[in-house]
Design a protein around this ligand. Structure first.
Ligand code: AMP
Length: 580
């Protein structure tokens, strides 16, 4: 059967995928699935596509073309070297490179393709895409919308209807679409966005900050005009720092010999924190959320009508995006299929259909649980000693790693109690504690940073590293079986079992004392014991308050009202914190 490949012809990057052994697979060249959508000619007039073209972009802009997708459908001629080209012709070079890659990998000729385009593309833009395919020697079996492809990548096998919001933020464009998928058929209900907003703008905001820093710290004025090479280096460093901040709380930007001042070499050294970066891009992200509102309005839907949110495009790895969407929709967005490859995978599934193959859903290793720690914070607007801080979210593709920063609460703090929880509840005490470690500190001022790093692999091994930032002092620990805890069913069965035992314990309870009730969950027993051991150290007022709370907790636990018990436990924890 003649193969039909799926192609994501993107503004910044392009990919080609094909159904192999029933699974949509992105075809790689030298371990890279992504082909930069960049075309150029070298000094001798040879055509370059992808990374080699991108590499010469700064040095030879007159011989290099980027972001041709923005010009598809126009009659505008594009100069590359000595020759002028139509946008379709430039796109055809990219398609030809992808066709060659597919033929290489599959070992047979590839003449047919499904190509994706943004949902907002006009007929003229779609036609130009078709023509680009033909120029490249590809019969375009079908043009499909990018959000349609993303929905297919996630939901091609699902029978019942689903309304899906596709949030697609790439290097230079933002699109948001709402699609309905039923029995594998996708309908676009609404689509909007901003074709001048993306990761490049975020890089630009970091570059502006670095330029300002160079001016203030070293009296060095950098601009694209007076020093294009230094400026290009800043851009590259800014993008790398931005990517680091998607999984770490800080990024160090080090660029030696960035300029010269008074016969002195200037070395740039700057630490960018995630909060500062988030401030820089907050307005841009608010604009994307306005588009999300518009898409909902155009589809006449309330946020609660959305069944699933899918993240597409490299820039959606920025954690603040998931946070904003979760706040609005009350559900975690999905990104378990690589956001850079999701559209190509969906295009390959459609390509498979053109060949009569119904590709199975993707086999992915994802974590079924959220893993995090506890810290001082707020839950439901109330101060909470045990706020759950997720580091690795449910449904994240494995292996994965995340680092977060925490701050000491008082001067000369001797230690932090690093607790590791598995669960989804905002109060960590309602989740399952799977590890606890005492990390001794070296008595720094209040607000000193301790970073916590979680690294979870496909075998469920969770590695934990805490680092005192000022000194580099470390704590390392490993939890061998973080994934093989309770399934939902097991959790429900355990809850029932504990509840049943609870009834038996109740009869034996010794009302009126602060003895832990028989069969009480271990955290209740542990807290009551801890409180008791601290009674002598407490002031008379605190002691009264502690005893009252201990009695309340015992009563609530005995009557099976765990919600009340945990509320009182949080209050007690707050007093114990200060007493201890
Ligand atoms: P795309 O056009 O979908 O290929 O997206 C490319 C954009 O995603 C570029 O601006 C990249 O810098 C950005 N990007 C890729 N990886 C990350 C990451 N880990 N965190 C933030 N942005 C990223």
């Amino acid at each position: 059967m003649e193969p039909v490949v799926g192609i994501d012809l993107g503004t910044t990057n392009s990919e080609v995928a094909y159904i192999i052994d029933g699974n949509a697979t992105v075809l790689e060249n030298n371990d890279r699935g992504i082909l930069p959508s960049c075309v150029g000619v070298d000094e001798s007039g040879n055509v370059l596509v992808g990374a080699p073209a991108l590499n010469q972009a700064v040095a030879a802009p007159e011989r290099t073309v980027m972001s041709v997708k923005r010009r598809m459908g126009s009659d505008e001629k594009i100069r590359m070297g000595d020759t002028e080209y139509m946008p379709q012709e430039i796109s055809a070079f990219i398609l030809k490179a992808l066709k060659a890659r597919a033929e290489n990998q599959l070992g047979r000729p590839v003449n047919r393709a499904v190509i994706t385009v943004p949902a907002y593309f006009t007929d003229a833009q779609r036609q130009a895409t078709r023509e680009a395919g033909e120029i490249a020697g590809l019969e375009v079996a079908r043009i499909i919308n990018e959000p349609t492809a993303a929905a297919l990548a996630y939901e091609s096998q699902r029978k019942e209807g689903q309304r899906i919001l596709v949030y697609d933020l790439g290097g230079g464009t933002f699109d948001v679409s709402i699609v309905r998928i039923e029995e594998g058929v996708v309908e676009v209900l609404s689509s909007t966005g901003d074709n001048q907003l993306g990761g490049d703008d975020f890089d630009g905001r970091i570059v502006d900050l670095l330029v300002e820093h160079c001016r203030d710290e070293y009296a060095l004025k950098l601009s694209p005009e007076n020093d294009p090479t230094a400026y290009a280096r800043l851009k590259r460093a800014a993008e790398a720092a931005k990517k680091t901040l998607s999984s770490a709380p800080y990024a160090n930007i080090e660029e030696d010999h960035i300029g010269r001042k008074k016969l002195r070499d200037i070395h740039l050294s700057y630490e960018l924190s995630r909060p500062v970066f988030e401030d820089l891009i907050r307005d841009d992200l608010d604009r994307t959320m306005e588009s999300v509102n518009r898409a909902l309005k155009d589809a006449s839907l309330l946020p609660s009508a959305i069944d699933k949110i899918i993240l597409v495009g490299g820039s959606t790895r920025i954690p603040l995006i998931s946070k904003l969407l979760e706040e609005k929709f009350g559900q975690l967005p999905h990104s378990e299929i690589d956001p850079d490859l999701c559209v190509a995978i969906g295009a390959a599934i459609q390509g498979g259909r053109e060949m009569g193959i119904d590709a199975a859903g993707l086999l992915l290793d994802v974590t079924p649980y959220t893993f995090g720690t506890s810290a001082l914070g707020e839950v439901n607007g109330e101060p909470c000693m045990t706020m759950f801080v997720p580091l690795i979210r449910r449904n994240t593709k494995l292996p994965t790693a995340r680092t977060e920063a925490f701050y000491t609460v008082y001067d000369d703090q001797e230690a932090v109690d690093v607790k590791v929880f598995q669960g989804e509840n905002p109060d960590a005490l309602d989740n399952i504690q799977i590890g606890r470690y005492n990390f001794e500190l070296s008595r720094q001022p209040q607000g000193s940073v301790v970073t916590l790093h979680f690294d979870l692999d496909v075998n469920g091994i969770l590695k934990i590293e805490a680092v005192e930032k000022a000194t580099g002092k470390k704590l390392n620990a490993t939890i061998e079986n973080a994934l093989s805890r309770f399934s939902d069913e097991e959790m429900a069965a355990s809850r029932d079992r504990v509840q049943a035992m609870w009834g038996a314990g109740e009869a034996e309870g010794t009302a009126g004392t602060v003895e832990p009730p028989a069969g009480a969950p271990p955290d209740v027993t542990e807290m009551l014991k801890r409180a008791e051991s601290l009674l002598d150290e407490a002031s008379p007022e605190d002691r009264d308050e502690m005893v009252n709370l201990m009695e309340d907790i015992t009563d609530a636990a005995r009557s099976g009202d765990m919600e009340e018990a945990r509320k009182r436990m949080a209050e007690l924890e707050e007093i114990l914190f200060y007493v201890g």
